[in-house]
Design a protein around this ligand. Structure first.
Ligand SMILES: Nc1ncnc2c1ncn2[C@@H]1O[C@H](COP(=O)(O)OP(=O)(O)OP(=O)(O)O)[C@@H](O)[C@H]1O
Ligand SMILES: [Mg+2]
Length: 464
């Protein structure tokens, strides 16, 4: 039996509590049997995603708030698919790419394209034995493998000569041609995936909102459209913030390439408890593990964080650390719940207190409350036109500097206090998409729950 109260502060908290690792890690769920057991409440989305991936040629798109589980969904869906396919021996072949991709402001560089080809090559080499087992003989594989070994030794940005690709590899001379390498990768893909319906290496562009501007995201995807997004033997998934992919699919040039987005909703509240149960099961080292919370406390946290699983897990981890650092170890469920509420109140009040000291502009509160009350998300036009001037209010051709300045100040204040996140900006009448952060939800919780002047008491919670 573990003696929780006398545990050494130097060791790993969760190991001392009977787990092999931190059950609340913020990492996306892996594409393996643990990920399979930990993915809760997404059966329908897994089926839909796999159905779309198996129906070429459109690019599959996925949108949700950060932390809602986009990456985990894709990882686990592919794992489940590979297992099912191995058992049944039918269906297109979908091989997850070893690396994931992101796009940033600025143009798409040759370096980005090179990394894409290298990642495809690394995936094929890693799956070589598996592919051979399936009966694929890939003539180009040895050259591809040699090339990867060379760039591993000399670095990825090595300049390569077109004439020399395929000769004896040497890390010190530029013996490889990039175009020869690209051709070999494409030929290998065509051997494995002779038709579109044969499947492909599944590549993911994540967090498309990192591009910051809608128009920039549109230009980049158009740039990638013909050569990269339509490449034989590659199936694409693009994921990003809510509204972004929806807007891109509505543009004529991208609408023909991108599937309408699959939007991830919060998992059903009735499955929230299973998020904790499954983590206990997967991470416990022994049956005698300890946690200061019970599964039936999870729905309340899910509601508070508006279904953001990442934010829920971070809160649980935070609460566990708070329990540990305060030396409490509640054992009965009612005591656990009382401590959990005490932690929640303390934490949210600290944030509220800080925010109240910083915000002196009532307009800032008003905007924050409006966004929170409308589900935590809303567009705000930053550059505004004056009414009555011109037929259409055009944000960029005519602006009212005072009003625009006022709005910018509000948004900057909210962003600096980490109450909202500016997800991306549109150049049309919509403006910037703002989303309430997990800290913002805690502040709203504190505002709703208490008379703001009342500070948390230091007395222990209800001992019943
Ligand atoms: N369906 C699920 N069941 C249980 N845990 C989940 C589920 N989906 C995601 N998680 C957990 O939630 C956290 C966030 O998931 P993930 O990183 O996949 O979200 P995301 O939407 O890709 O976020 P980001 O936009 O920040 O990349 C991770 O810790 C992951 O383990
Ligand atoms: Mg992700």
């Amino acid at each position: 039996m573990l003696d929780y109260s006398s545990s050494s502060k130097a060791g790993n908290l969760f190991q001392e509590w009977g787990f092999r690792d931190n059950p609340f890690s913020h990492n996306e769920l892996p594409s393996n049997s643990d990920g399979d057991r930990l993915l809760i409440g997404r059966d329908e989305e897994v089926s839909l995603l796999l159905r779309r991936l198996s129906t070429p040629p459109s690019v599959v798109t996925l949108e949700a708030t950060a932390g809602m589980g986009k990456s985990s969904l894709v990882n686990v869906a592919l794992y489940r698919y590979m297992r099912l396919r191995a058992k049944q021996g039918i269906g297109p072949l979908l091989i997850p790419c070893k690396k994931k991709f992101e796009l940033y402001p600025g143009t798409i560089t040759e370096d980005w394209i090179r990394k894409f080809y290298v990642s495809l090559a690394e995936t094929l080499v890693a799956e070589r034995a598996f592919l051979e087992e399936l009966g694929y003989k890939i003539a180009e594989m040895s050259r591809i493998d040699d090339f990867l070994n060379v760039i591993e030794k000399v670095g990825r940005t090595v300049a390569v000569s077109a004439a020399a690709y395929g000769r004896t590899p040497s890390p010190t001379s530029n013996l490889y041609s990039e175009s020869g390498f690209y051709r070999d990768v494409e030929a290998a893909l065509k051997t494995i995936f002779p038709e579109q319906k044969s499947g492909g290496v599944v590549c993911i562009i994540e967090n498309l909102e990192l591009v910051e501007f809608f128009e920039d995201a549109r230009r980049k995807l158009e740039q990638l459209r013909d050569e990269v997004l339509n490449m034989r033997g590659v199936r694409w998934v693009i994921s990003g913030a809510i509204g972004l992919l929806y807007g891109l699919v509505a543009t004529p040039r991208l609408g023909r390439v991108l599937d309408p987005p699959l939007r991830l909703k919060p998992i059903p509240l009735k499955e929230a408890a299973d998020v904790l149960r499954s983590r206990e099961e997967v991470f416990k080292e022994e049956n005698d593990f300890y946690l200061p919370l019970t599964p039936d406390m999870m729905p309340e946290l899910f509601e508070l964080m508006h279904g953001n699983i990442g934010a829920v897990l971070r809160s649980v981890e935070d609460y566990c650390k708070w329990i540990d650092s305060n030396g409490h170890h509640p054992k009965e469920p009612r005591r656990k719940y009382a401590y959990f509420k005490k932690w929640l109140m303390e934490k949210s009040l600290v944030h509220l207190d800080e925010i109240q000291r910083w915000i002196d502009n009532p307009g800032t509160w008003k905007v924050f409350e409006e966004i929170s009350l409308s589900g935590g998300r809303g567009y705000m036009k930053l550059l505004t036109g004056k009414k009555g001037r011109g037929a259409v209010e055009d944000a960029y051709s005519y602006t009212d500097p005072n009003e625009s300045h006022r709005r910018m100040r509000i948004v900057n204040e909210l962003k600096n206090l980490d109450l909202v996140k500016q997800v991306y900006e549109r150049g049309d009448s919509k403006g910037a998409l703002l989303e309430v952060t997990p800290k913002g939800w805690l502040v709203m919780y504190a505002k709703r729950s208490v008379v703001p002047s009342k500070q948390p008491s230091n007395a222990p919670p209800d001992k019943s």
